[in-house]
Design a binder for this molecule. Structure first.
Ligand SMILES: Nc1ncnc2c1ncn2[C@@H]1O[C@H](COP(=O)(O)OP(=O)(O)OP(=O)(O)O)[C@@H](O)[C@H]1O
Ligand SMILES: [Mg+2]
Length: 371
């Protein structure tokens, strides 16, 4: 027969090695919600050792997520465990992951602790989700296009008839015919935007910084001193095959949205980087140019985040909800990808443009990198 303390020690050593072997990342927080233990899987996930993480507050991991202090305190008090899906943990600019997190209460040395288990939403799942969302977007766009087409056909006839009629009626009655013409023009304009870009892109090797500078110039003319535009360019970016006007329009729509969402206290940053090993609609891309449009405004309303790129989805009372859908179409025409990540204080739209060949020579572009 083994003694009770022998079994207890034995059990502890099994538990310790079990935690070390788990593929699930596990973090334990004490009553003050500071980290007291992370297993090796969590060290790998957070890219830091237990030594560096010890005593770090939980907020460092869960900033801007639904797992806030008050919920964890409630968990300690009631023991009521919870699971939250799609928690985006953002440790720094380049280290972000999505996970399902289960929080439960465990007792160590007679005091309640929080046990956090992370199930990382793996890349494959993320890619399938992206592909699914892209297909949904294509279906919604085709439906709207079909409808827009049906509306457009009779509109021309309606306008023509009103024009003819205006020649037959008195000048007082012409007020009515011009109203028909005016409204028909307004509808045609809307329908044309619904139909989206209808010309094939004219691809040419372009300096993306030149295109971004043009956008800055355009928004500068229409908004004057009001906006703070910052540049964070990688001057060594190679030229990319793109249609200058289309790319400019795509970026302009995104920048205009940011301008509409922010005020003088906020700013917009245009960032360029070279990106490697990314997936675009399920396809692996070796090298791409990444253009990010970042603002520190209020963020995208949560209720439209999942359908943001669908046509006619708007969070503004006077918005038509077409800007981002058009940008999406334009970027897709470049075999690229437009994505967004937003929370209050940080909204980031990212355009990925694949580079056809690996540049042999990353000669600096003539454009100035910063202002
Ligand atoms: N940077 C941002 N910050 C906050 N909200 C944003 C931002 N960008 C987009 N949005 C939200 O996304 C919505 C959709 O944008 P989109 O450009 O597609 O349509 P819109 O701006 O409403 O109308 P349109 O561009 O057709 O005039 C916006 O209405 C706004 O609520
Ligand atoms: Mg817009």
């Amino acid at each position: 027969m083994h003694s009770r303390s022998y079994i207890q020690d034995h059990k502890l050593s099994y538990q310790q090695s079990l935690a070390n072997q788990l593929v699930t990342a596990v973090i334990i927080l004490n009553e003050k919600l500071s980290i007291v233990y992370v297993n090796p899987a969590a060290e790998a996930l957070l890219n830091k050792s237990l030594y560096r993480l010890f005593n770090t507050e939980s907020e460092m991991i869960f900033a801007n997520t639904s797992i806030n202090r008050s919920r964890l305190i409630q968990l300690l008090a009631t023991g009521q465990e919870f699971t939250d899906c799609d928690i985006v943990v953002e440790l720094n600019e380049s280290h972000r992951f999505t996970a399902e997190v289960t929080a439960s209460s465990v007792e160590f040395e007679r005091t309640p602790h929080v046990l956090l288990e992370f199930k990382q939403i793996d890349q494959q799942k993320q890619i399938s989700l992206e592909v699914f969302q892209h297909q949904q977007w294509l279906a919604a766009r085709d439906l709207i296009k079909g409808l827009a087409h049906e509306i457009k056909n009779p509109l021309g006839g309606l306008r023509g008839a009103a024009q003819l009629l205006s020649k037959e009626v008195t000048s007082e009655q012409q007020e009515y015919t011009s109203m028909i013409i005016e409204q028909a023009d307004r509808l045609t304009n809307l329908v044309d935007r619904l139909l989206g870009p209808n010309q094939l892109p004219q691809m040419q090797a372009q300096n993306v910084h030149g295109i971004l500078e043009k956008v800055c110039q355009l928004v500068g003319y229409s908004n004057g001193q009001k906006i703070h535009l910052l540049r964070d360019y990688d001057p060594s970016l190679p030229a990319v095959e793109c249609d200058q006007e289309k790319l400019q329009q795509a970026v302009l729509n995104i920048v205009n949205n940011a301008i509409q969402a922010i005020d003088e206290k906020h700013n917009i940053t245009l960032r360029t980087r070279i990106a490697s090993n990314r997936t675009i609609h399920g396809k692996r891309i070796k090298l791409a140019i990444e253009i990010s449009i970042i603002d520190n405004g209020p963020g995208i309303p949560t209720k439209i985040q999942d359908t943001l790129f669908y046509p006619m989805v708007s969070g503004r009372s006077n918005g038509t909800g077409l800007g981002l859908s058009i940008s999406q179409t334009l970027i897709n025409q470049h075999q690229g990808k437009l994505s967004c990540h937003s929370r209050p204080g940080h909204t980031e739209f990212t355009i990925l443009l694949p580079l056809k060949q690996q540049p042999l020579n990353r000669a600096p572009l003539s454009q100035e990198s910063t202002l």
